[in-house]
Structures are given as C-alpha cells and as structure tokens.
Design a protein around this ligand. Structure first.
Ligand code: SF4
Ligand code: SF4
Length: 303
C-alpha cells in the first residue's frame, strides 16, 4: 500500500493547505486527517459524514459520593493530585471526595484500594472518528474531546480505518500528519511509504525540520523536504535544503508565498483548484516529484 504522510515540526507551516491540494490532484485517494488535536482538513474538503464512531482512549475514575466514607485513602494514593475533598455529603459524612476528570490519568490505583468500593473505574468516550465523502475521495478524520489525551491512539485508529478503505479500493493514502515530534506524529509516520516535511524559511523552521527529519530517519521512513513560502527568505530556504541534504533528506520543489492560498481556504477550496493561485504550479511540481519517489520505492520493494 502506498502511503504519503505530510508532516511539519510545528503547526502553521501550510502543511494542511498542501495536503488539500494533493487530495485534489490525486484523483480519489483515501485521505486521513491525523492532525487530531487541531484537525482542519475538513474546512477545505467539506466532508459529508457517512459513518461516525465514538473513541475511547482510556479509563477514568469517578467517586460514587453516596458510598464514599471520606476515609481519604484515595487522595493519599493518587500521584496525580486529581482527588479533592469537596464532594457532596451523603447522610453519613458532611463531605466526600471528588475526582477531577481532567487531572485523572486513569491509573486505577484509587479504585483498587477503596475499601468502600465507592470508585467506578471504566472506559470513557473522549473523542469521535468519522468516515466521510469529499469531492476528492473518502476521508477518515476525528475529533478529540477538549483536554483529552491519547491522541496517538486516535491517530492510530484514523490510519487503520484509512488503510482498510485503501485496501478495498487499491488507492493510495494521503495523511495530514500531526505536527511536532511527539506520540501523535510517530503514530502518523510509522510504516509510511514516504514523508514530506513541510517547513518555512525561518530559523525555527530549520530547527523543526531537523527534528522531524531525525524522527523519520529513526523510523526508517524515506523523507523529502519542501520549503513553503521560500521566497520570503531565499537564503534561509537554501540553508534548510542544504541541512536536509546532510540528513539524507532530498529537497522537493519549493512552494512560493501566495496570498491566494488564504483566499482559497476561506472559499473552502485548495490552491490547485483555484485558477488564480500562482503557487498551484509549484504544488503540482511537488506532487509529481512525490509520486515518482513513491512509485520508485514501491518498484524497489517489489523487485
Ligand atoms: S478511598 Fe473510597 S471511601 Fe475513601 S475517600 Fe476515597 S472514595 Fe471515599
Ligand atoms: S485513577 Fe489514578 S489518576 Fe485517576 S484519580 Fe484514581 S489514582 Fe488518581
């Protein structure tokens, strides 16, 4: 299966705009929005949801105040300071203990040691994932609840479902990966055919590109770098490509700064679908280069 993942060292590099253009160029690829903490591919692709599932990323504890004897054992044991002595009274004690669901890390220790069996410990729904139809092909995407963790697990779910769709249709998967170098981006990246690292011509862009390139190399994923808005600082763009080369990451064609990208986003379309976007030619060149690299990698793997 061919999987292209587009990643960046941080958010705001134009990664999702480029993915939306790839989606338009790919003729019905399977799309996976793995940037689950700040999903925004749907803003451009306007998905029509055809399947919706809840996601459970872990367990949480909750005190049943009617059974709590206020012994305080759970508060003593909780290493995450998630338990407070400000729950309602229950006829036996004036106050009971309460668990802050955001601070609770779901370790289960409190429930295990509560002699009164007053603590429920169960799975919680902390997000949703969707399969949608878009004008560019099917899309798997997700929404993580506010202040919910386990986005790496949700990314994994999105990728798994996208792969199932691709296996049925024989299409490639295009992944809008999570930014950064944490657990969600590792879940976006692992096992992909090729990673495109999108960066900007700034000092932080250079630093972020380096970190992501090291991550891709660590997982054995071939990578290319694309400097977006390169003409804002051509010298920095040169330096980034040169540094990437020293990491064994070749440069894809560059993409110029183009205010038409923002206008296209506002209109719910991608740069390559927008006739007036000068950067569309650049993105087409990047796409052609990536397709060739993925096809070469697939042919090498098959021989
Ligand atoms: S250990 Fe159980 S009974 Fe004791 S304070 Fe905590 S919830 Fe209440
Ligand atoms: S499950 Fe663990 S983190 Fe959550 S309240 Fe109990 S002891 Fe604290």
């Amino acid at each position: 299966m061919k999987e292209l993942v587009v990643i960046s060292g941080k958010g705001g590099t134009g990664k999702t705009s480029i993915v939306a253009s790839f989606a338009a160029l790919a003729s019905k690829a399977v799309l996976a929005d793995c940037d689950v903490d700040a999903a925004d591919l749907h803003l451009v692709l306007e998905p029509k949801v055809i399947r919706r599932e809840s996601f459970s990323g872990g367990k949480r504890a909750r005190i049943e105040s009617g059974h709590c004897t206020a012994c305080g054992k759970c508060e003593q044991l909780c290493r995450f300071d998630a338990i407070y002595f400000d729950g309602p009274g229950n006829g036996k004690v004036d106050k009971t203990f309460r668990i802050d669901p955001i601070a609770c890390e779901g370790c289960g220790v409190c429930a295990w040691f509560c002699a009164a069996k007053a603590i429920e410990f169960g799975t919680v729904a902390n997000g949703e994932w969707f399969i949608s139809e878009t004008r560019c092909g099917p899309m798997v995407h997700a929404r993580l609840g506010v202040a919910q963790a386990n986005s790496g697990k949700l990314v994994n779910t999105v990728r798994t479902e996208a792969r199932k769709l691709a296996a049925r249709t024989g299409k490639m998967v295009i992944i809008d990966g999570s930014p950064g170098i944490g657990c969600p981006v590792i879940a976006s990246l692992a096992g992909a055919s090729l990673a495109l690292i999108v960066t900007e011509p700034t000092l932080s862009g250079r630093h972020d590109m380096q970190r992501v390139a090291q991550l891709a190399r660590h997982f054995g994923i071939p990578a290319m770098v694309c400097v977006n808005k390169w003409d804002l600082n051509p010298r920095a763009a040169d330096e980034i490509e040169s540094l990437a080369g020293r990491h064994g990451v070749p440069a894809a064609p560059r993409v110029r700064y183009d205010p038409a990208v923002t206008r296209a986003q506002i209109e719910g379309t991608s740069a390559v679908e927008c006739a007036a976007a000068p950067c569309a030619a650049d993105i087409r060149a990047v796409w052609a280069r990536l397709r060739a690299a993925i096809d070469d990698a697939a042919a090498a793997a098959a021989s």
